[in-house]
Design a protein around this ligand. Structure first.
Ligand SMILES: [Zn+2]
Ligand SMILES: [Zn+2]
Length: 262
């Protein structure tokens, strides 16, 4: 398991480095707050979430999957399917589940209180993809754990799904813009940076759209897809009106206590 973890970390850091370099080279927008403050806050929030996850589930979601396998728990241990079909179905089902989790975090006031911290970032760049409150990480971990037990998801599907979810979060939060030709092509299937910036708009009708993290198909099926905002991409008002774009609002203690102060 240790080697899987180090491989995951390597892929994660690799994608982060590529996105970080692209943002430096061709930034889509300028940040209102110095990167130093935002990046420190967002990285520390990610570390806090990782620590909470480690305490809550020391063997991780892969451990849950291995336990389900050892005890023959879950749908895939009842229904006989070729293993690759089982893997693909599990990844798709988990991705759909995360789409609905994200929608619920916007619709249920108590959950929005927690998810609001992600949206309160004054700018959207690849580190925004790390900025989820540890309570959101914990709730999501329990939710995914239950689904893995229910599906009897194989460990390889769990590892691939986690890598894809983290990788896409870094990708679609990146402060870059695809060329218009690429944007229209890529967004047919995937959630692009522009589509996710619409989700980070201060306009409610826009932030209640594009809930997907990887494929844009769930948004298209469930009527939440929005390809344009009321303002052009470079002028969308990002962040939250109740959270001023200041250095203090990037401080990790401010971020951790945000759901309790609103
Ligand atoms: Zn959201
Ligand atoms: Zn986001």
């Amino acid at each position: 398991m240790a080697s899987i973890e180090s491989y995951r970390l390597l892929v994660f850091l690799g994608i982060f480095a590529v996105m970080g370099l692209l943002e430096l080279w061709l930034p889509a927008r300028n940040a209102p707050v110095n990167k130093r403050y935002r990046w420190t806050g967002n990285w520390l929030i990610m570390v806090s979430g990782a620590l909470v996850a480690r305490v809550l589930l020391p063997f991780g979601l892969v451990g849950v999957s291995m336990w389900a396998e050892a005890n023959q728990i879950g749908l895939l241990h009842v229904i006989e399917l070729p293993s690759w079909i089982g893997i693909v179905l599990c990844i798709l089902a988990l991705d759909l589940a995360i789409y609905w989790q994200h929608r619920l975090f916007h619709q249920v006031p108590l959950l929005w209180r927690i998810h609001h911290m992600h949206h309160a970032d004054s700018h959207v760049d690849t580190t925004t993809g790390l900025r989820f409150h540890p309570i959101e990480i914990a709730l999501s971990l329990v939710y995914k754990g239950i689904l893995i037990l229910l599906f009897g998801a194989p460990a390889v599907a769990v590892v691939l799904f986690e890598m894809l979810l983290n990788g896409f979060a870094l990708f679609n939060h990146a402060n870059i813009r695809l060329a218009p030709r690429w944007e229209s092509m890529v967004s047919k299937v995937w959630i692009t940076q522009h589509l996710h910036r619409i989700h980070h708009s201060q306009v409610m009708a826009e932030s209640n759209a594009n809930f997907g993290f990887s494929i844009s198909i769930w948004d298209r099926i469930f009527g939440s897809f929005k390809s344009t905002a009321s303002l052009p991409d470079e002028r969308i008002n990002l962040g939250q009106q109740d959270t001023p774009h200041t250095q203090e609002n990037s401080h990790v203690i401010k971020l951790l206590t945000m759901p309790f102060r609103r």
